[in-house]
Design a protein around this ligand. Sequence first.
Ligand SMILES: O=c1cc[nH]c(=O)[nH]1
Length: 228
Amino acid sequence: MAGPQRNTETPTGTATLAVPTPDCGLCPRLADFRRQNRLAFPAYHNGPVPAFGTLAGRLLIVGLAPGLHGANQTGRPFTGDYAGDLLYDTLIRFGFARGSYGRRPDDGMDLLDTRLTNAARCVPPENKPTPAEIATCRPFLAQEIAAMPNLRAIVALGTVSHASTLTALGRRPAHFAFGHGARHDVRDNLRLFDSYHCSRYNTNTGRLTTEMFQAVFAAVREHIDRTG
Ligand SMILES: O=c1cc[nH]c(=O)[nH]1
C-alpha cells in the first residue's frame, strides 16, 4: 500500500490526469476490503476502477462506486453486473455509445463523446462509501472534470454523486436540490442533470423506470445538440 498515491494517464495524448495507484491506500477501510477481496476473488480487478471513455467528450456520467461483482470484477465502470444493463442500453439509444453491452470489458462497447466514472473508485462494503471516502476520492473526480475541455453536461446518478460533483466544481450542494430529472446550470456552458441511480434496487422497486431514465438522457441529448 505504501508508495505514491497517484499515477498519471494521458488518454488524449496531451493532458495528464492524476488517477489513484492500483494499490491506493488513501481510504484505509477500502484498502482493507480490497485485500480481503483479493483473497476471496483473486481473478477480479480488485483495484480503483479507472474512468471509461474519452476526455474529449461533451458528456460525463458520475456513478456512485464499483459493485463488488461488477466493475470491481471487470475493471470497467458499470460492467459485469445489472447496473450496466439499463445504463449502456440507454447510452446506445441516445447516441452516446455504440456496440452491445455484454457485461464484459471486451464486449466491444464504445462510448461516443462520453466519459463514465464514479464518485468513489474502489468497491465499498455493502455498496456504501462513507462521506469521508467520497471526499477523499473527490480530487480524482475534480481532475476528470478539469481535464474535459469540451464538457457541456454531467449526469449525476444519485444524491451522493450529485453532491460530490457539485463540490468538485466548487459549488455548494445546499444551493442545488437533487431531484430526478432536475437540471442545474453549474457554470457557463455546463449543465448538471440529476437521475436516480440505475441500480437493480431502484428499478425493482419502481423508483426508477426505463422511461424515467430515458427521459433524462433525451434531455441531455437535446442539450448537447443545441449547445454544440
Ligand atoms: O455506481 C455504480 C454502480 C455500479 N457500477 C459502477 O461502476 N458504479
